[in-house]
Design a protein around this ligand. Structure first.
Ligand SMILES: *Cc1c(COP(=O)(O)O)cnc(C)c1O
Length: 496
């Protein structure tokens, strides 16, 4: 039986999974949601005997019902292979009585690899199924992390090209080096003279350019987007929660009838929404603990029922969570509003016009699965230091935000149930903040020297992703003015 997808803002929309993956966003601006959340059809006993890839198949077959078994197996095999630095794909590490779900063993050592390593294959498969002959051109603006993860995912994937724009002076030296050393003839990395917002607006303008779209069509190209609202990114993220429970069950930490709390360092609300879907599928998850940094919009939302982005944007040591509009929250709003697209559309309209909205008390009552809190910069640094001193395990700043919030949660509720913390980045990706958290003097050392020192302190090897770029050749030199972004794209596609 096929599972169809509708839109959070228009319930007359009804598309198949492959169409939702290809389209990304529904035409009226809503997000695609499954008409119902399917139930897991395997028990923990069975799942406990499976590999990551096998569990990925068990989850994805329920959501992507118009993909054949062979197609799904092919996508999974292409995605979760030796690009990951461990055959387990997602190791679960024990420290201080908590399980850390290490989602950072992919090519860019952060959790976005979990979804972006499979999205290109889902997209090209979806294109084939829908008689789309055009080459897919991914266009992305990045503030640092997503760009590299998308490049790594799409590089050398037949039938795709990818263009990434980044603010020339607005990303860290390691992030820039990661992008400009990207291999693959189908990749194109361009610095712009402007900030992230300029890059983002430029990309939106190119997407909306009807003349260019016609030229592209004539030449056999079509644009697509790899951003985190695509269900082709959401569904692969459900997999690791199922995998975590299966591992804990196998170890005896999770008993039949028991539950597992999940703590998730949150920005765009994609990762924690996957946990929510997993729970709705019947996975024995308990509390979903939403951890924010000082940009605590979500903490305020869970506390008051009011979402308000009208506030100062704070730059923190966990930059991938520096976000004031958590796009994926719209899917939760839709669920707690009784799957009423009119209601969700009205709230999202208020968000775009006034920057805030308030949910009704009965919607608020349905948020019982969640607990929200935040960690300040000091609390984040303290968490890195505390866990290191107690166990020798080093957390990255994003994961440390989760740890800081988990400490508050336990103090407040006394809940000592089995808990997993989603560990979203390797500490080697944010060496400066990590070394500071550990109380180390950094002086003028660059990120690579700090990586050497962190390796000594933590007794862990520097990940391949960092070692490789240290001496890698710079392959992308292009820097353009904002107004020339479109020309750059056309040149890359041979249309200029
Ligand atoms: C993107 C990201 C997050 C936030 O995840 P969301 O799905 O946007 O909530 C947290 N940590 C790291 C390291 C990330 O890259």
């Amino acid at each position: 039986m096929d599972l169809f997808y509708t839109s959070t803002r228009d319930d007359s929309v009804r598309v198949k999974a492959s169409q939702a993956v290809l389209q990304g966003l529904s035409a009226e601006g809503g997000l695609f949601v499954p008409e119902e959340i399917p139930a897991l059809d395997r028990g923990l006993e069975e799942l406990a005997g499976m590999t990551y890839q096998e569990i990925a198949f068990e989850v994805m077959k329920l959501f992507l019902t118009d993909f054949t078994r062979e197609e799904l197996l092919h996508c999974i095999e292409k995605a979760y292979d030796s690009k990951f630095d461990t055959p387990e794909i997602v190791p679960v590490r024990e420290a201080d009585g908590v399980s850390y779900l290490e989602l950072f063993h992919g090519p860019t050592i952060a959790f976005k690899d979990m979804a972006l390593s499979i999205l290109p294959h889902l997209m090209t498969t979806a294109a084939g199924k829908n008689q789309v002959q055009d080459e897919i051109v991914i266009l992305t603006a990045t503030s640092g992390d997503t760009g590299k993860a998308a490049l790594a995912g799409f590089a050398k994937v037949p039938g795709t090209r990818i263009v990434v724009f980044y603010p020339k002076d607005g990303v860290s030296p390691i992030q820039e080096k990661q992008m400009v050393t990207q291999k693959g003839k189908n990749t194109f990395v361009v610095g712009i003279r402007g900030n992230f917002d300029d890059a983002q607006s430029g990309v939106k303008e190119i997407f909306g350019d009807a003349v260019l779209k016609a030229e592209m069509k004539a030449a056999g190209f079509r644009f697509s987007s790899a951003n985190s609202i695509n269900i082709g990114r959401l569904v692969p993220q459900i997999v690791y929660y199922v995998y975590a429970c299966a591992r804990l069950y196998k170890k005896g930490a999770l008993k039949e009838g028991g539950t597992v709390n999940a703590v998730v360092p949150t920005g765009n609300f994609g990762n924690i929404l996957a946990a929510y879907y997993a729970k709705r599928m019947g996975l024995p998850l308990g509390r979903l603990i939403c951890a924010s940094n000082e940009n605590r919009v979500l903490y305020d939302f869970f506390r008051t029922g009011c979402y308000d982005r009208n506030r100062e944007f704070i730059l923190t040591s966990s930059p991938s969570m520096d976000i004031l509009i958590s796009s994926n929250l719209e899917r939760l709003i839709y669920e707690i509003g009784g799957r009423d697209s009119g209601k969700a559309a009205a709230l999202m309209k208020r968000l775009s016009e006034e920057g805030s909205y308030e949910i009704t008390p009965d919607m608020q009552e349905k948020l019982g699965d969640f607990y929200g809190n935040y960690a300040s910069e000091e609390e984040t640094a303290a968490a890195i230091r505390r866990i290191y001193e107690k166990t020798g395990y080093v957390l990255d700043p994003h994961t440390a935000v989760a740890e800081g919030v988990y400490e508050k949660y336990r103090a407040e509720t006394g809940d000592e149930k089995v808990t997993v913390i989603a560990s979203t980045a390797s500490p080697f990706k944010f060496t400066g903040s990590v070394m500071k958290g550990l109380g180390q003097e950094c002086g003028a050392a660059d990120d690579f020297e700090l990586a050497d020192r962190l390796s000594g302190l933590s007794g862990t090897e520097i990940p391949g992703a960092v070692r490789e770029i240290r001496n890698a050749e710079v392959l992308h030199h292009r820097v353009v003015e904002v107004k020339d972004m479109k020309t750059a794209v056309k040149e890359f596609l041979g249309l200029a």
